[in-house]
Ligand binder design. Sequence first.
Ligand code: GAL
Length: 414
Amino acid sequence: MFRKIIMILLISILLLSVSSMAQLKGKLEIFSWWTAGGEAEGLQALIDIFHKKYPNVEIINATVAGGAGANAKAVLKTRMLGGDPPDTFQVHAGHELIDTWVKTGFMEPITFLYKQEGWAKVMPKGILDIVSYKGDYWSVPVNIHRANVLWYNKKIFEENNLTPPKTFEDFFKVADALKSKGITPFALGTKDGWEAAHVFETVLIGKLGAEGYKGLWDGKTKWSDPRVTDALETFKKMLTYVNSDHSARTWDEACALIVDGSAAMTIMGDWAVGYFYAKGFNDFGWVLAPGNAGIFDALSDSFGLPKGAKNRDNVIAFLKVLGSKEGQEAFNLKKGSIPARTDVDKSKFPPYQRSCMEDWLKHKIVPSVMHGAAASEGWVTEFKDVISLFVVRPDVKTTQKALVNVAIKNGVKQ
Ligand code: GAL
């Protein structure tokens, strides 16, 4: 008898939860800039899981193309300030989330979800810290991306008997050898205005080391430091090895040059590996960007709950998918990043991501500036603009002065 009652109880709980899932209806607008190869597939994997669980919710996949949110961030700002927030949106954990949206009062805390789902127990402290403010959690991190990777076309390196470079010295030797064979050494796209600054960020790390680079964002390292001069000189030289049509190419169109074998190397975050997977390209190799040994330049994509979201229940259901093991595995397998959760099945991941998971545990972690983790959005934008200008007019002295001024303007004494 007792058994029977328990059975009936269990079945009704099950039926209840199934029907409450199916009961979610209406819409869910997901705002992001994930349109390129790897990005779009990663997002779709999340949407597929959500759709299976909540078939009656209509998903509006609101993307604004442009890597690193080059165009999406402005659209988002207009909508948020105009009182028309998307239900949920992609935002980098760290300064971009906290300074731009949390401190200004645009978000709802989601600490209750962290408690319900036990996320604080399965995510690393370094990531939890950058989605926290004043004792609350404000977004769900879906991944950890690494920004400081040099990708190369294996066939080109093998055919030319070259070893992938680890130092700047090696980089220039390899680049010269490639150039003499008529191969574009270094693929770059500068169309969206952030890609050069992304590469320069890794040059800064390579020249200043983890502590020196971190200090640039809190005033411990001065922008007038001779190592910054060295970084600019080095970057200027690197720019002499890039494809001549860089201003017409986006980050993924630069990666396409590695895929089709018309360029040998590029420096890009590991969304590049997501792009390679999406193109079915396996003949790539990777090393860390020159001088970056033992340093993990990190960023994390996350999603939160804006105040006034039109479909709050649906957002909460979606955030649960984002934080789940199933969601994190499916998404990151396509995206090239590693899950923010540490309890995923590592054996499911390809070699690059497995090695990245190991590095995450043993390397020094530094926050990426170009991807919202190291400094507030205003500073990032000005930093990016100064470096964009440098690509066109590579004047080291003027540029360094401009970088000093930008730091001062953003409240860091020089
Ligand atoms: C980064 C983002 C990545 C990837 C990349 C290129 O800012 O964190 O997920 O999408 O931009 O668009």
